[in-house]
Write a protein that binds this ligand. Structure first.
Ligand code: NDP
Length: 499
């Protein structure tokens, strides 16, 4: 296809998407479809199939069948490791194509998309090694007549519900970890961004992952996602998205007491002390705000800055933000991309209106970017923000920074923690005591000191409070998807109960 050869221009036609069950791509048939418009260009690019609950049943049956066959669930870890390495190689081979579609459907800048796809391959490589490392425990401390063993085994069928902001990398932060121990999977991508999840099906098949281990059911959350959440033959749900939908999913999983792993919203503080490297901190704050146009669960959207430098530092951040390159998503120079949907665009604008009503001042931006073909919002800085205002408490999910000030470390921590969320936090200071005290005290599953939105596959991620349950990534991310079994093994002659 033309568009696969040329990744710098818009596709010449709309790409029809099927869904993937038991190793086969199925057409939409007589199912309804939905046309996806590229948010950066407002032209149609793909057409997604709206699957039904019976498609979910088929996919779950395929996943269960594959699991029970043992072809993946009981094979040598070396086989899994080899296949996962092949997946990583396949992703790298098709990096341009995957990044292109990710950019078209999400509106993120192409350079960022390319980096994400490369990072995604890294997760499969990490899990290839980790698959071989996964092990249980032995207890050789129970006397001559007893030996204890704890094993880990794959749980079964995992339902994976992913969001529109990072379709491929969020999948990569979960799928290889789920596959590493031998589980089977049914994935539901957001209906806005399904293409790359389906491209991955081809890569997994070519890598030798058996049919039925990976299935993709596209469509709407309230139909497909809901059917997965209540499905009696799904053992775990992994959900990434909003806290409100996460709560509905959690409620639905109680129908068969599924395990649930939820990564939800965040309102993440950027705490900047007067003794920080202020240029680096301003750069980090600008990046943490603009990354994925702020449509990022770990976006650093709450600047909490020490009184003494607040005015100067806010000016420094504004100066950095004014230089952010906003533009065509496919232009390699673009740093800030488009907003994913009309509905979300309006939601961000409504928060800007609310901010003014609540008494905040617009120090930079404050609305749409003119002169671009898609839906863009300018990096925005709101000052005179009190910590209890809705704009400082709720997830806006756009490039909107609220600025609040503090007097000392204790107050900074109080403001940072006075929030329903607890996903991520960044601390900027040269003082190691302050850095460690704040890192320990802040309510967040991911913390950064003198950097932001950094890290790779090795360390777990997840949220405190209403930001989620469970952890993804690292060895913990693999263990989340295993069942633990305890065995006591008697040695020698039994001392009989009945003499
Ligand atoms: P949702 O939380 O509604 O969507 C996330 C995923 O859940 C999508 O695949 C969605 O499918 C699916 N879903 C929706 N309803 C259900 C349901 N009843 N049962 C199971 N799955 C369901 O996010 P939105 O797209 O509506 O975004 C709303 C807000 O959520 C954003 O403004 C942002 O604040 C936050 N958000 C946070 C994310 C994060 O990374 N933490 C990611 C995305 C959003 P479908 O798209 O088909 O509805």
């Amino acid at each position: 296809m033309d568009q696969l050869k040329n990744h710098s221009t818009l596709p010449g036609s709309v790409r029809p998407l099927g869904f993937y069950v038991n190793g086969s791509m199925r057409d939409a048939g007589d199912r309804e479809t939905l046309v996806r418009e590229a948010p950066g260009y407002l032209v149609p690019v793909s057409e997604v199939t709206l699957c039904t609950t019976s498609d979910v049943d088929d996919a779950v049956a395929a996943a269960r069948g594959a699991f029970e066959s043992g072809a993946w669930s009981r094979c040598d870890a070396a086989v899994r490791a080899t296949a996962l390495l092949r997946v990583a190689a396949g992703i790298r081979e098709r990096l341009d194509e995957i990044a292109y579609w990710e950019t078209l459907e999400t509106g993120k800048p192409i350079t960022q998309a390319r980096a994400e796809i490369g990072d995604a391959a890294g997760h499969y490589e990490y899990c290839a090694g980790a698959a071989r490392m996964l092990h249980g425990e032995t207890y050789n401390n129970q006397g001559d007549q007893m030996f204890g063993v704890v094993t880990r085994q794959p749980t079964g069928v995992v339902g994976l519900i992913t969001p529109w902001n990072f379709p491929f990398i969020v999948l990569a932060e979960r799928l290889p970890y789920i596959l590493a121990s031998g589980n089977s999977v049914v994935v539901k991508p957001s209906e806005m961004t399904s293409t790359t999840t389906l491209v991955l099906a081809e890569i997994l098949a070519e890598a030798g992952i058996p049919d039925g281990v990976y299935n993709v059911v596209t469509g709407l959350g309230p139909v497909v996602g809901q059917a997965m959440s209540v499905h009696p033959d799904i053992d775990i749900i992994s959900f990434t998205g909003s806290t409100a939908t996460g709560a509905a999913v959690l409620q639905a999983t109680t129908s068969n007491f599924k395990k649930a792993s939820l990564e939800l919203g965040g309102k993440n503080p950027q705490i900047v002390f007067a003794d920080a490297d202020l240029d680096a901190a301003a750069d980090g704050v600008a990046f943490g705000l603009c990354f994925n146009a702020g449509q990022c669960c770990v976006s650093g959207s709450r600047l909490i800055v020490e009184d003494a430098i607040a005015e100067r530092f806010t000016e420094m951040v504004k100066e950095k933000l004014a230089r952010v390159k906003i533009g065509e998503c496919l232009d390699p120079d673009t740093q800030l991309g488009a907003i994913v949907s009309k509905q979300h665009h309006e939601k961000i604008l409504s928060y800007l209106e609310l901010g003014t009503k609540e008494g905040a001042a617009v120090a930079l931006g404050g609305g749409e970017c003119e002169g671009l073909s898609g839906r863009y919002i300018a990096p925005t800085v709101l000052t005179d923000v009190q910590p209890n205002m809705r704009i400082a408490q709720e997830e806006i999910f756009g490039p909107v920074l609220t600025v609040t000030t503090f007097g000392d470390a204790e107050e900074a921590l109080k403001i940072a923690n006075d929030c329903q969320y607890g996903l991520a936090a960044s601390i900027w200071t040269k003082d190691i005591d302050k850095a460690l005290t704040l890192m320990r005290g802040v309510h967040a599953g991911r913390t950064w000191v003198n950097t932001t939105i950094a890290g790779g596959p090795g360390q777990p991620m997840g949220g405190f409070k209403q930001s989620g349950i469970g952890r993804e990534g690292g060895m913990l991310g693999i263990e989340e998807y295993t069942e633990v079994k305890s065995a006591h093994i008697a040695i020698g002659q039994r001392t009989n109960w009945i003499a």
